[in-house]
Design a protein around this ligand. Structure first.
Ligand code: ADP
Ligand code: MG
Length: 220
């Protein structure tokens, strides 16, 4: 069974009379333990694809299955439940609730996924080098700390599928190596990781590279 699969995904956006075909029939499969990089120029549809794959957005055509369950065309509540149980999501911003501390953000994500584990919170904080920042609110974190806290939240429930949008775009070298280390640990644990990236260094660490161009897969 695939960790994640997409069948002929289409997504159109309309602004006035202008239509953008952001995704035009994208199919992909992600196996447990695989790291797959999605690359392609700005505007090629990477972020739209990641949003459709995680159920944050609903495709106009095609469907997505996660760990064997249909995610597309389900109610908002059902999609949210499947998302919490199956995905860790690392976006370029907005990964933390501003009114919760770093530690509370991690705990909240675990609760959503139904996986409470106090010991893992300490482990995660230490792992991303933020033990001393556990009681800090997001507005007081530096850029690198914010990125690492987002990673800890995305990894909180040890999700079967981790999806990250440009995870190394704005982080320092140390954070980038930490991120890569986490992706490789997931590979060994049989957990799947999908990243959209501009970074050739990061893409080269993937098992497979999918190249998007104008909303289509150019090569896999
Ligand atoms: P990438 O992440 O590869 O840079 P995106 O998925 O963000 O690409 O965008 C793909 C295309 O869809 C672009 O032409 C973008 O302008 C368009 N697009 C994305 N989101 C929206 C939206 N919410 N409304 C209108 N157009 C959008
Ligand atoms: Mg993008």
């Amino acid at each position: 069974m695939y960790a994640l699969s997409a069948h002929e995904i289409y997504r159109f956006f309309h602004i006035g009379d202008d239509e953008t075909a952001a995704l035009r029939g994208v199919s992909l499969h992600l196996s447990p333990g695989e790291i797959v990089a999605v690359t392609g120029p700005s505007g090629s549809g990477k972020s739209t694809l990641l949003a459709c794959l995680t159920g944050l957005d609903e495709p106009d055509g095609g469907h997505v299955d996660v760990t064997g369950r249909r995610l597309s065309r389900r109610s908002e509540a059902e999609r949210a439940r499947l998302r919490a149980a199956n995905f860790g999501i690392l976006l370029q911003w907005g990964n933390l609730f501003p009114h919760l501390t770093v530690e509370q953000n991690i705990r909240f994500q675990m609760r959503l996924a139904g996986k409470q584990d106090e010991q893992r919170i300490g482990f995660l904080l230490e792992n991303v080098g933020l033990s001393h920042r556990a009681p800090a609110f997001p507005s007081t974190l530096s850029g690198g700390e914010t990125a690492r806290a987002g990673l800890a939240v995305a990894l909180a429930a040890n999700p079967p599928v981790l999806v990250a949008d440009e995870p190394t775009a704005e982080v320092d070298q140390e954070t980038e190596s930490r991120l890569i280390g986490h992706f490789e640990t997931r590979r060994e644990a049989g957990l799947a990781t999908l990243l959209a990236t501009h970074s050739t260094a990061l893409a080269q660490r993937a098992d497979r590279i999918i190249r998007l161009q104008d909303g289509r897969i150019e090569s896999d």
